[in-house]
Write a protein that binds this ligand. Structure first.
Ligand code: PEP
Ligand code: MN
Length: 301
């Protein structure tokens, strides 16, 4: 990935590593950031798993899911209360749950005893989202919303920066640098699929860029997560691509899990159910073992 010292726009140069994103850049081979969030280590042997619905649809849904994914070994509950929805029209089910959703996440966190990763879309909601988030998610669409990145970093909360579906590694690391430069070292990158001409299924929107994992690893010390749910947009492909992500060296996995996937309010083609999640955890643990990592918590309580 690293090429001669020109300014090619897309590829990463030696100069980029020294002057554009010196904080995100790996200092030498094997340099890896390690940090802890809510007692869970990132960047080490463990591969933390974020599981939960796309949307915090209701209190019952999020509490049930929180308990179920925790029991099956997830380290964090995922779910959006503030969501980027592609179209502006809303119905009783297709809507953001916003302030109410944040309250439901608090209940889920308390009742299941599981930390939370959830998206923040706008600077004005940072304080509110920080009340419940253990990790702030910056979604793909906001990856280059620099004022939001700066404000989010200043909260001191760990941040997961999802890769925009059209951006290069250079742009992604440039965005990560906006977080690091605010003295916030707990930054996780997340590959979530890119736009590509052939996606193997008419309704697939994205193609998982698994090469981003080893490619990013050559350039940065930051942990790299993979989200096969958004990347594939298709339930049967989620588990294979989650396993492939682990094999490729992912440092965390985000997966959508829903009690009734077909009836999920948002993106019903992509979540897996609780049983499938349990099976996936077992399989991921096996693959993790084959590449010198592990995924199951020692004592899921
Ligand atoms: C999400 O994780 O809920 C989400 C909206 O993801 P992305 O930003 O990758 O589309
Ligand atoms: Mn193990």
């Amino acid at each position: 990935m690293q090429i001669e010292n020109k300014s090619p726009g897309k590829d990463v140069t030696e100069d980029d590593l020294k002057t554009k994103f010196p904080l995100a850049a790996r200092q030498k081979p094997g340099h890896r950031s390690r940090f802890t969030v809510a007692g869970v280590e990132f960047g080490g042997d463990l591969i933390p798993v974020f599981a939960g619905p796309n949307m915090v649809e209701s209190e019952e849904l999020i509490v049930t899911t929180a308990i179920a994914v925790k029991e099956r070994g997830a380290h964090f509950l995922r779910g959006g209360a503030f969501k980027p929805l592609t179209f502006p029209y809303r119905s009783a089910s297709y809507r953001e749950t916003r302030e109410q959703g944040i309250e439901w996440l608090k209940t889920a966190k308390r009742e299941a005893g599981i930390p939370i990763i959830t998206e923040v879309m706008e600077e004005r909601y940072l304080d509110l989202v920080c009340e419940v988030a253990d990790i702030l998610q910056i979604g793909s669409r906001n990856m280059q919303n620099y004022p939001l990145l700066t404000a989010a970093a200043r909260t001191g909360k760990p941040i997961m920066l999802k890769r925009h579906f059209g951006c290069s590694l250079r742009d992604w690391l440039g965005a990560a640098e906006y977080l690091l430069v605010e003295n916030n070292p707990r930054v996780i990158l997340c590959e979530r699929g890119i736009v590509a001409p052939h996606t193997h299924r008419a309704s697939s929107r994205f193609l998982m860029d698994l090469q981003a994992v080893p490619a990013a690893r050559e350039l940065t010390h930051l942990p790299i997560a993979c989200d096969p749910s958004h990347a594939t947009f298709w339930r049967p492909w989620v588990a294979p691509m989650a396993l492939a992500s682990v094999a490729a060296g992912a440092d965390a996995i985000m997966v959508e899990v829903h009690p009734d996937p077909q009836n999920a309010a948002v993106d019903p083609l992509q979540p897996i159910d609780f049983d499938a999640f349990a099976g996936l955890m077992t399989s991921m643990h096996r693959v993790a073992g084959a590449v010198g990592r592990h995924i199951l918590q020692e004592n899921p309580s």
